[in-house]
Design a protein around this ligand. Structure first.
Ligand code: 5GP
Length: 342
């Protein structure tokens, strides 16, 4: 349906290396034949189901393919162009800085390269505003988390507003938020916005209670926050009272089997409460989707009208970490496009 592609959209939850398209993946595989990686190892076709653990194995394969400055520049530019082609007008990309001794890549250079890709796209006139969230992989513990915050803080001050915040992600079965709390507090205090993966699996109740007191500026997934799935009223109250927007990724959650089916997705719980919900792709490459498809999926599953869908995409502007004047510009863009789309 062309409506969803035409719809101006805001993407707030996209992991760089999970967003690499099959076309770009082909190029990377061709560049590194010695790795013997097949395309079926880097993406999960629609309709297939994997455990969350199997999904994390896919990232390990992709990281082998994307391990130099040149690779990062290429994938970041391609991902930005693909989001723009899908009608995304504002994008917050997130990625975990990696160092690779083999190619001489440092974490600082990693971040600089993503920023360089964002600049190049802007210079080339790609119609999208892109910001960057520096990601902490929870498996790496306290010390690395602290170093990542320092890195993010440096770039927040030197990147002309490109680096706006911090993401907490990585395998939810590994590590505990309590060990990362000081780093996250430090990030908050220096003005970095926080987008945290919370309650992605049932066992994270205690951790979520702790992290919700920071509080985060946005929640990733929040699949198991509500009492019906083993969360609690306390958790829901904390989210509602502080009006913390939730980033919801339908295809990712159903494919990774943390949600049994589309109609049982927790989008319904939060949306019917009038809570700020933002539809996102998570990993458009790995899960073979795009943001238009996610909007269409939500609309058909939960019987949303085109007006409802429009409001959902417009509301996302105000859940972003963009400075106020940028939000105003986006509002104007939406106002201009409304009569064309609806
Ligand atoms: P990168 O940070 O390398 O650009 O993107 C891949 C990384 O994002 C993964 O290694 C993982 O740390 C994180 N990631 C991607 N998708 C998910 C997800 O669905 N859940 C969590 N918790 N982390 C994810």
């Amino acid at each position: 349906d062309p409506f969803y592609r035409q719809l101006p959209k805001v993407e707030l939850h996209a992991h760089l290396n999970g967003s690499v398209s099959s076309e770009t993946m082909e190029q990377l595989i061709a560049r590194k034949p010695q790795l013997n990686i097949e395309h079926s190892m880097t993406a999960i076709r629609s309709g297939q189901r994997r455990t969350l653990d199997e999904c994390f194995q896919v990232f390990k394969v992709i990281h082998q393919l994307v391990d130099s400055e040149e690779d990062i520049l290429m994938v970041a530019k391609a991902v930005i162009q693909e989001f723009a082609a899908d009608g995304v007008k504002y994008l917050e990309l997130r990625s975990t800085p990696r160092e690779e001794t083999k190619t001489g890549l440092s974490k600082r250079r990693y971040v600089e390269t993503v920023i360089e890709a964002i600049h190049q796209c802007k210079q080339e006139g790609v119609d999208i505003d892109v910001r960057f969230l520096v990601a902490i992989d929870r498996r790496n513990g306290t010390k690395v988390a602290m170093e990542t915050v320092k890195l993010a803080e440096d770039f927040m001050l030197s990147s002309n507003g490109v680096v706006v915040g911090l993401d907490l992600s990585g395998d939810p079965t590994v590590g505990h938020g309590r060990d990362l709390l000081p780093a996250l507090q430090k990030a908050r205090n220096c003005g970095l916005k926080l987008a945290l993966h919370l309650s992605e699996i049932p066992s994270q109740k205690e951790e979520s209670e702790l992290l919700l007191d920071l509080p985060p500026d946005r929640i990733g997934h929040g699949t198991f926050l509500h009492p019906e799935v083993g969360g609690s009223d306390t958790l829901v109250d904390k989210v509602c009272k502080q009006k913390i927007p939730i980033e919801l990724c339908l295809t990712s959650n159903v494919t990774g089997q943390t949600v049994p089916s589309y109609d049982q997705h927790h989008f319904k719980y939060w949306y019917t409460r009038g809570h700020p919900c933002v539809l996102c792709t998570d990993d458009k490459g790995v899960f073979c989707t795009d943001l238009s498809q996610e909007y269409q999926l939500a609309a058909s599953t939960f019987r949303l009208s085109q007006e409802d869908v429009w409001d959902l995409s417009q509301q996302a502007i105000h859940c972003s970490f963009a400075p106020e004047p940028v939000k105003q510009q986006l509002e104007q863009k939406w106002a201009k496009l409304r009569p064309v789309c609806l």
